[in-house]
Design a binder for this molecule. Structure first.
Ligand code: SAM
Ligand code: SF4
Ligand code: F3S
Length: 459
């Protein structure tokens, strides 16, 4: 395990522990006479979606039945997030809901993994007396081996993975983050950057495509610093390799850091047929001094130039999304006003807004969290309203133009829904097309969040 970057004493606690050190309690293990069943629950970013998929496969490999509803489960696994205090509160809330479920039937157990497991380590076993296991999702082998040994008598070899009708999937191509944004706990809980080789990613995508997946998002906290450990190839080369997988229709990638958003990346986006016209490029703030305090190593002007270059290269129309934090330490009215001005100037399709939340062990935790909660909320709501208006205007510009929709399913009233290449939610008339079809159509109406599309033949 590589050494994680450490900024403060509190962060020293975030070292991964071996499974053996975490097995403080031995849950009662009943003989079931059948394979144990597992309920998985997750919260947080797309990395946790991908980890959930990975864990489901690993449970199936050791002979457990993954992904059953809670009432049918013997083991509940919480895949957690700690990026903001409210994510942790949701996990504690979910945990409280599980206590009566566990007490209902002897032998039921609860495991906790994901980013909170690394943050709290085995100390969380003292905090949550009903918790049975804590393990590191990046190194689940010790946990799986332990379960396999405990339940040996009920296991009958690997289980087939349940059939999946998924069209879209996340594929992690690198873990960890080497940036040290002062507000962020992710480098502590996810460790340093480690990329998977291109050939391994391609095999993973081929496996998914063989199971019916058509839209793949390559994942990394800082995905555009990807570097193949064998060849040194960067993200554009990885995109080119995955683009050539037969049967894949759409390719996306998340999350890019502005520092590493280079012309070669935009050219790859423009030139590779499966790569969609969508770029998520978190800016975090619209004032240079705020960016410096956050340790985001670019200026607003440099960021703006990257967006201009991306828009000029990826034609005809690139959807751009971002993340913005409001109420960071010492954020003045003028700095906040600059963030608003930047949103109005750049005009993003989507903005993920968050109120600053102090995270233990980060550099910013040593500064005063001096924007009062009510003011953070006011700033958040203000930018939400500003952005709703911008998104509505951008989407209104789609009316009368043609889009391509990958149909994902139908609502109860029969209307079909899916997403465009720009990742916009699109609605089609009832029974317009089955899930898994690609439909071209004209946009007839739009709101801030959705497009209404008439298929080409009927248009
Ligand atoms: N790697 C990405 C980047 O470069 O911005 C983001 C990953 S982070 C999991 C997702 C988002 O959470 C960040 O972009 C940031 O806006 C937000 N975030 C991270 N730490 C936060 C904190 N302490 N308080 C509020 N929001 C936070
Ligand atoms: Fe966190 Fe993203 Fe900054 Fe990494 S680049 S420290 S994940 S905000
Ligand atoms: Fe949360 Fe961990 Fe993702 S802290 S946002 S689940 S990397």
């Amino acid at each position: 395990m590589s050494q994680m970057p450490v900024l403060s004493d509190a962060a020293r606690g975030f070292m991964p522990l071996t499974m053996a050190a975490r097995a403080r309690r031995q849950p009662i293990v009943p003989v079931l006479g059948r394979a144990p069943r597992v309920h998985l629950w997750h919260i947080g970013c797309q990395m946790n979606d991908a980890d959930r998929e990975g864990l489901a496969e690993q449970f199936a490999d050791i002979g457990f039945v993954p992904e059953v509803p809670l009432e049918q489960a013997d083991l509940a696994v919480l895949i957690t997030c700690t990026v903001r205090a409210n994510a942790e509160q949701k996990v504690f809330g979910k945990f409280r809901e599980l206590i009566p479920w566990k007490r209902e039937q002897p032998g039921r157990a609860i495991a906790l993994t994901g980013c909170m497991a690394v943050e709290h380590g085995e100390a969380i076993l003292d905090q949550l007396p009903e918790l049975d296991y804590v393990f590191d999702v990046r190194e689940p082998d010790g946990f799986m081996a332990k379960l396999q040994a405990l339940h040996a008598i009920d296991l009958d070899g690997p289980m087939p993975l349940p059939a999946s009708d998924r069209l879209c999937a996340y594929v992690p191509v690198m873990g960890g983050c080497n940036e040290m944004c002062t507000y962020c706990i992710v480098p502590f809980v996810r460790g340093r950057e480690q990329s998977r080789p291109v050939h391994e990613v391609v095999k993973h995508v081929e496996r998914l495509v063989a199971r019916g997946v058509r839209d793949v998002t390559l994942l990394g906290q800082n995905v555009n610093s990807y570097r193949d450990p064998d060849s040194g190839g960067r993200l554009p080369e990885l995109l080119a390799a995955v683009d050539s997988v037969t049967g894949l229709w759409r390719l996306r990638f998340l999350t890019s850091h502005p520092r590493n958003a280079v012309p070669a990346l935009f050219e790859a986006m423009a030139g590779l047929p499966t790569v969609c016209e969508q770029l998520h490029l978190p800016v975090q703030a619209g004032h240079d001094s705020l960016l410096r305090r956050m340790r985001r190593l670019y200026t607003v002007e440099e960021y703006r130039a990257k967006i201009d270059a991306a828009r000029a290269t990826v034609r005809p129309r690139l959807a751009v999304s971002t993340d913005v934090i409001v109420g960071f330490c010492g954020e003045t009215d003028a700095e906040f006003a600059a963030s608003e001005a930047m949103l109005r100037d750049i005009r993003f399709d989507t903005v993920h807004l968050a109120a600053y939340s102090v995270r233990p062990g980060t550099a910013a935790a040593r500064r005063a969290d001096d924007v009062p909660p009510a003011e953070k909320k006011r700033r958040l709501n203000h930018l939400l309203a500003v952005q709703r208006d911008i998104a509505a205007r951008i989407n209104a510009g789609y009316v009368g133009t043609e889009v391509e929709v990958l149909v994902e399913g139908a609502a109860a009233d029969g209307r079909c829904f899916g997403r465009t290449r720009e990742n916009k939610v699109a609605w089609l008339p009832p029974r317009a097309a089955g899930a898994g079809s690609l439909v071209r159509g004209r946009v007839d109406a739009a709101t801030a969040w959705q497009l209404h599309v008439t298929p080409a033949a009927a248009a």
